[in-house]
Design a binder for this molecule. Structure first.
Ligand code: BGC
Length: 758
């Protein structure tokens, strides 16, 4: 018998007949059959004591229930009622529109908390990748702002909106390093640099979880997809990856480790096969590295059916083997597929899987549920969600970050910024009025009707609002129609305009999951539209709306200006207009290289040297193209110009336990105020455990300068910036020569030498 006492309510004590144990809810105290409160029910106890107490009371069936995550649909209460009663489900994730409110969520929670024997609360998960209802720019765009704190602020808002509908846990950050723009999921990550990616990973965890993830406006974060997913062959989603341990340690793992160091609650195992072993059955990465080396205390959820998919990968013969491989490798919770639920009981009883393996998985899941405060506050306020979405501070921030994420790629003859006094402005292209596409992939519960189109944002700035003529020109990707008439209308509008803006790019669903591309040009008839408008002789300003680096050498050749606006989110039109008219100075820089052609892929700045570097024959050059990217990592222009002085070091040699300074003078040589993103790069010239990249980003500072103003920018360098990992994960700081750059991007500047001595 379970006895519940309602605390703080003079009215009553309520007695229910349910099971041997007890359940606590806010305001309630549940007493066990001895008339005492269980340790796990007592919020005053430590998490570890509560976990141990609860684990000690669970049957094997209840334990296995904690390993199951199911998909929540409109009929979930009816469909899963029985299972919830038995404690057979641990978590739900959402896909459908029903998560606009917390009502059904609380009903499901009620079944788990009030009607199961031990009353273990459910944890509800959802993909709030770059916003819930207030959709911010895609992560790749936000990375271009080079402001991790700004990203943290967006994720704090995202946590608030997500938590208000009763979601406790979000499947982000996605920290997969990606070097192949054909892969649609490059949009979800932070680009090609592990150092910058680590700052963004940690910022995201802080933004979601805050200092106390149990707070009502916070959610648990999830590092995904562990690991190597971004190195997918041919850029095809879900494809195999081959990454040496040395490369894994130095490029693919650091962002995940940064999440662990920031206190992330959970990890998600990836879909891909890594060096022949699927990531969701990979004991080396999930247990040896994540648990044993990094001491990660939280749990790992599989990606969607990725435990079941171990069979298709060809390492499990059947569901039994898939479950055994996934669980013993270190995947604690199974998303959607049910191989743990279906087979593990029998396998434990037969001694094939040890009880200790199950206990460890359950312990990890319970730990996070306690940490999230779900035992002490299982329900959410059902009224809050109405006022929590799209609040003014969220909308203001969305506009600020949309502008800060823009990267100016070309600006011939100061084509930008435009004057607000312009009387005739032509805005042409399939993205001129398509507000929905600005939200990008994984747009949470974002709505096209919330979104400010480019036309709306630009029009609002003009002193003569009627001076904007908008023409679509052609469809975003349809190449079957000729669009002759629409192109002619666009040309006509361009011919009579004082300035012409072309809004070109990719639809939102051309990036993200399962949206790989074989080509990196503009889809459909957009290039024809571009050529026709350029042929008018008007200087053409291109606004790019896209979720990946595109290969657009012809635009670079013929456009007067190119502004990479990415998928800029719900305030995209306003944020982009702030840049176009110069109310905000462009200060974004690329965190991923833009190739000239698909054939150059992968092209990334932090590659190794060859034995034949440089230009010319026998240097690894193409016969039909240069080998450098069109726009390198770190690149981006301002409306003003900056001059970088020589790099000076405070010492030309130092020991590993000493620090030294590298500094240079930056001058604003233009006529407008602007912001430089001053970048520190280092190269370890000779490394014993494996060659190091030709350059690696190790620091940056954003510096605002007025016209003519100079400032000395200084970086303090220590062993943290000089070391690297060997294939086993040991941190090595080796004496010898290093090169140091302070530069505007990864392709410019001159290095100075430094010697690390014993
Ligand atoms: C994606 C994950 C996502 C999950 C849940 C999967 O298909 O790969 O990134 O978190 O679905 O929606």
């Amino acid at each position: 018998m379970k006895i519940q006492l309602l605390l703080g309510c003079a009215a009553c004590a309520l007695i229910t007949h349910a099971a041997d144990s007890l359940i606590v809810h806010s305001g309630w105290i549940d007493l066990n059959k001895n008339g005492k409160q269980d340790v796990y029910e007592n919020a005053g106890q430590t998490v570890e004591a509560r976990v141990a107490d609860l684990l000690g009371q669970m049957t094997l069936e209840e334990k296995l229930g904690q390993l199951q995550q199911s998909h929540r649909e409109a009929d979930a209460v009816k469909k899963f009622g029985n299972q919830l009663h038995q404690g057979a489900i641990s978590s739900f994730l959402d896909g459908s529109d029903l998560i606009e409110t917390p009502v059904q969520r609380n009903q499901l929670q009620h079944l788990a908390v009030e009607e199961s024997r031990l009353g273990i609360p459910l944890i509800f998960g959802h993909d709030s990748i770059h916003g819930f209802r207030t959709i911010f720019p895609i992560p790749l765009a936000l990375a271009s702002a080079w402001e991790p704190e700004l990203f943290e602020r967006t994720q704090t808002i995202s946590a608030r909106e997500t938590a208000a509908v009763g979601i406790d846990w979000t499947f982000a950050p996605m920290v997969d390093l990606a070097r192949d723009p054909r892969w649609g999921r490059i949009a979800e990550g932070f680009g090609e640099d592990p150092w910058l990616g680590s700052l963004y990973a940690a910022a995201c965890v802080r933004g979601f979880q805050g200092t106390n993830p149990a707070a009502a406006d916070r959610v648990m974060a999830c590092m995904k997809h562990y690991v190597g997913y971004g190195a997918t062959e041919g850029g095809r989603d879900y494809n195999s990856t081959k990454i040496s341990d040395f490369t894994l340690r130095n490029f693919y793992l650091p962002q995940f480790k940064a999440g662990v160091d920031a206190g992330v609650g959970t990890f998600m195992s990836a879909f891909n096969c890594l060096n022949g072993i699927p990531a969701s059955g990979n004991h080396h990465t999930l247990t040896e590295i994540l648990r044993d080396e990094w001491k990660f205390p939280g749990y790992v959820v599989s990606d969607w059916e990725s435990v079941g998919e171990l069979i298709k990968h060809g390492i499990a013969a059947n569901t039994n083997e898939a479950a055994r491989l996934g669980l013993t490798a270190g995947v604690d919770m199974e998303m959607v597929s049910t191989s743990y639920h279906d087979t593990v009981k029998q396998q434990v009883e037969q001694g094939i899987i040890s009880q200790a393996v199950v206990d460890e998985a359950v312990r990890r899941i319970l730990r996070v549920k306690f940490r999230k405060g779900l035992f002490d506050r299982p329900y959410v306020d059902e009224t809050l969600f109405k006022t929590a979405q799209l609040k003014p501070d969220a909308v203001t921030l969305a506009r600020e970050v949309a502008a800060k994420s823009c990267v100016l790629l070309k600006n011939e003859n100061a084509a930008l910024p435009l004057s607000k006094q312009i009387q005739k402005l032509a805005l042409i292209g399939p993205f001129a009025e398509d507000a929905g596409s600005l939200l990008g992939c994984w747009a949470g519960r974002g709505r096209a009707e919330d979104s400010i189109s480019l036309a709306t944002g630009l029009r609002a700035k003009l002193s003569n609002g009627k001076g904007l003529t908008v023409r679509r020109g052609c469809d975003a990707y349809d190449s079957t129609n000729l669009f002759q008439k629409e192109i002619q209308q666009a040309v006509k509008a361009a011919s009579v305009a004082e300035a012409v803006i072309l809004a070109l790019g990719e639809p939102a669903n051309w990036s993200g999951e399962s949206s790989s591309r074989a080509e990196l040009g503009l889809p459909g008839r957009q290039m024809e539209l571009f050529e026709a408008v350029v042929a008018t002789g008007k200087p053409v300003i291109v606004l790019l709306i896209n979720g990946r680096p595109l290969a657009l050498p012809r635009l670079q050749e013929k456009a007067a200006a190119i502004l990479e606006a990415w998928d800029p989110g719900v305030q995209g039109g306003n944020g982009v207009a702030d840049i176009v008219f110069g109310d905000v100075e462009p200060a974004g820089r690329l965190t991923v290289s833009f190739p000239r052609s698909v054939g150059q892929v992968p092209t990334y700045y932090n590659h190794l040297n060859t034995g034949r570097p440089g230009l010319g024959a026998y240097t690894g050059q193409y016969v039909d193209s240069v080998k450098d990217p069109l726009y390198p990592f770190g690149f981006g222009l301002a409306y003003t110009t900056f001059a970088y002085g020589n790099v000076e070091l405070s010492a030309t040699s130092a020991k590993a336990d000493e620090t030294f300074a590298a500094r240079t003078k930056i001058k604003n040589t233009g006529t407008r105020a602007g912001e430089a993103v001053v970048q520190l790069y280092i190269r370890d010239v000779a490394a014993s455990a494996g060659a190091r990249p030709v350059r690696e980003l190790k620091g940056f500072q954003k510096v605002k300068l007025n016209p003519g103003e100079s400032r000395t920018v200084e970086f303090i360098i220590s062993e943290k910036e000089l070391g690297y990992f060997d294939a086993q994960g040991h941190w090595l700081v080796e004496p010898g020569k290093f090169q140091v750059w302070i530069a505007a991007d990864s392709a410019t500047g001159s290095p100075v030498d430094f010697e690390l001595v014993k």
